[in-house]
Ligand binder design. Sequence first.
Ligand code: SF4
Ligand code: SF4
Length: 370
Amino acid sequence: MKEIIRQLAYEAGFDCVGFAAPAAPHHSDRLPFWLAERRHGDMNWLERSAAKRLQPSRYRADVGTILVLGHHYRPQPAGPMASPMSDQIAAYACRSDYHDQLRHKMQLLADRIISVVGDSGSIRSCVDSAPLMEKPLAVAAGIGWQGKNSLLVSRQFGCWLLLCELLLPWSLPADQPLPQSHCGSCQRCQRACPTAALDQAYWIDASRCLAYLTIEYKGTLPRPYRSAMGTRIYGCDSCLSVCPWNRFTPTPRHDPTAQQLQTTWQSLTLPACAALNEDGFRALFQQTPLARIGLTRLLRNVAVALGNWGQPEAIPALIHLLHHHEPLVRSHAVWGLAQYAPHSQSTQQALQQATLDETSPEVRAELALI
Ligand code: SF4
Ligand code: SF4
């Protein structure tokens, strides 16, 4: 039965397939210590769901086996085929939202499984939607190991894997995990991290990670990490892209959505992002993971990226953001403009005018710091 399901999963288009028991995955006992160090930042839902994460059967008692599935998505290397925003937006977001894509594929797979092996219980699909420790479960299912960058690393697909799970009602034997990590003495991901979030190998400090700060975090971006953001506006691929295990990855399946976006985003630049209104934001990003952060948070990130860009076109774009109706955007535009102020008279004038006009305490606090 396991091998039938595995075959159906490959036929459904998944690249990795493994079976894990609905038990505490190896190393999951480290979660309380990680939470106690507040390495999860403001993601308080991780604390609230910790007991279920530690023991999947507490989440659903009727689960017999967790089928862990991986979807390979290696981005195009730099060149004419690369996404026009590949330096600004994490590769997984330069395509239509993987949640929808994977959910659709899993539904087809669940239907196939039921039609072949029979309907004797419910099958539930999860894409970031359930309190499961998906990387430790993928390790338990033999798909790879958790690298020093905290991501799942596969010998075949490197770090470019999106994970999802099907909760099966039948108790099937689990696959064998790899006996050890294959990171060896490599430290490339740790050295590549711009915010030192990987200072301790295998123990990410998510509160410093740019993927967390640019996507999950809703407030004012901490000043120490703004320069480190560079021109990123959504996520970060630095610790994925340097992994030597990526060298062996096969060419991923053709994804027409990525190609469509490439055309739509062809003329997209940081100043063009700064000029977006709600309609423009929806037109460009509605089908992608960027939709979840909304326009205000995107513009907050764009203001910082423009500050780090170092091009003269950044200045009018930042002055435009300095007049945005959201204080969160204006305060980051102040920081962005301050990066150009020593060499730009128009920047100095705009900031002086803002000091006279600004009423928001949040923006005034930022102005007071420059
Ligand atoms: S995603 Fe970027 S910021 Fe986060 S750990 Fe990796 S390299 Fe560091
Ligand atoms: S870059 Fe090196 S240390 Fe980091 S996950 Fe890959 S192999 Fe492991």
